[in-house]
Ligand binder design. Structure first.
Ligand SMILES: Cc1ncc(COP(=O)(O)O)c(C=O)c1O
Length: 373
């Protein structure tokens, strides 16, 4: 017999399995700490990698620079009347930095990935996607009219097997991967992926969401640090993390970008970001990224010391319950961490994900290390 479940039943089941999510209301934040009432905690749960977000000094500096020039609303999608010159200026800045023909801004990394992965694979096309790619990539692939296959995480044999078996059955083929993986902090084997992309005639798109602003001399990402930018067809970056702003971009050749402008629904059917945010993002990239190089190197060294390839350090505890309990103990000791549970990560790999920022020192973490052992 069909078992009817109400929404409340489903929420109750989530709660029983320690899966229930709720929004935490903190009282204030700055570039290093988060406050719950009067309790101050070291924020290890933020993507504010360069300490630019929630930073009063930076905000004041920008507001002084920009004055009242830009408004807080764009009132339209870009294809209607939502595109002042500042949008183009930011796109041109990024295209020049990456030495690509064109760039397109999106309202967020989620919009960008959904737009790109749902659009590039048309009927008779195919996407090969890393199994641990972000939800926004998966959602886009599910909306796409093309086919998609997921290869085992960062496993080049698994990717090649799929390419060997499937590539010739399709028209366009796209390989899609994150560069720094958001939940595991490891880095895609970009050199090998580029070799495979060339061998099997694919388009390569990489999501540098967690690497933009962090890796590479100019903060352009892992592709810059490995000198591979020219071998990658589409590079996606987000502004909501290291840049301390909001939005995203994709940069690549003119045809691909024009195709996205014409076909990607998350770009076409959404009001553009406010001009003031676009101006802020441009100002940050021009003025703040280059200055943080030494601090970024220190942060990545600390990440390495803690056993990661990046500034994101997963502490895998397995069960939801143990993960929740450990977060609670850390909270009592002044550390703000969040439990990461399925479906964000695979079953039985619940974890605490530490994300470092340039403000956090090794000394700040001494007590945390002794708690988690
Ligand atoms: C790898 C990756 N791509 C894209 C996104 C989405 O970016 P945004 O927060 O700007 O929507 C995230 C967000 O966490 C991410 O981790």
């Amino acid at each position: 017999m069909y078992m009817y479940k109400t929404y409340s039943d489903i929420l109750k089941a989530l709660e029983e399995n320690s899966h229930l999510r709720s929004i935490k209301n903190f009282s204030k934040k700055n570039e290093k700490y988060i406050y719950f009432g009067e309790k101050r905690l070291l924020n290890l749960s933020s993507n504010n990698y360069l300490g630019l977000a929630d930073n009063r000094r930076i905000t004041e500096e920008f507001m002084k620079f920009i004055g009242g020039k830009y408004s807080f609303g764009s009132a339209s999608a870009r294809l209607l009347t939502g595109s002042l010159p500042i949008y183009n200026e930011l796109e041109e800045l990024l295209a020049n930095l990456y030495n690509k023909e064109a760039t397109l801004l999106y309202n967020s990394g989620y919009h960008a990935n959904v737009g790109i992965s749902s659009t590039l694979a048309q009927k008779n096309d195919v996407i090969f996607s890393d199994k641990l790619n972000h939800a926004s990539i998966i959602d886009g692939m599910q909306l796409s009219q093309g086919k998609f296959f997921r290869y085992q995480h960062n496993n080049m044999e698994s990717l090649e097997k799929l390419l060997e078996r499937e590539r010739n059955n399709y028209n366009n083929a796209i390989i899609l991967t994150e560069s720094v993986f958001s939940m595991d902090g490891d880095i895609a084997d970009l050199k090998k992926i580029i070799e495979l992309k060339k061998k099997y005639n694919c388009i390569l798109a990489i999501d540098e969401a967690h690497a933009f602003g962090v890796f590479g001399e100019n903060g352009l990402g892992v592709a810059e640090s490995l000198e591979l930018i020219n071998d990658i067809d589409l590079i996606i970056g987000t502004f909501g993390k290291a840049a301390g702003s909001i939005g995203a971009f994709v940069t690549g050749n003119r045809v691909l970008i024009d195709f996205l402008i014409n076909k990607s629904r998350s770009f076409i059917f959404s009001t553009a970001l406010p001009p003031i945010n676009i101006a802020y993002t441009k100002w940050v990239i021009e003025n703040k990224f280059p200055k943080t190089l030494d601090k970024r190197i220190q942060m990545l060294e600390l990440g390495k010391k803690l056993g990661s390839q990046s500034h994101i350090i997963p502490i895998i505890l397995g069960s939801n319950k143990k993960t929740m309990e450990t977060c609670e103990i850390l909270y009592e000791n002044g550390y703000f961490t969040l439990p990461i549970r399925p479906p964000t990560v695979p079953e039985n790999t619940s974890r605490i994900r530490l994300s470092l920022t340039t403000e956090i020192t090794e000394k700040d973490l001494e007590q945390l290390c002794s708690i988690i052992g």
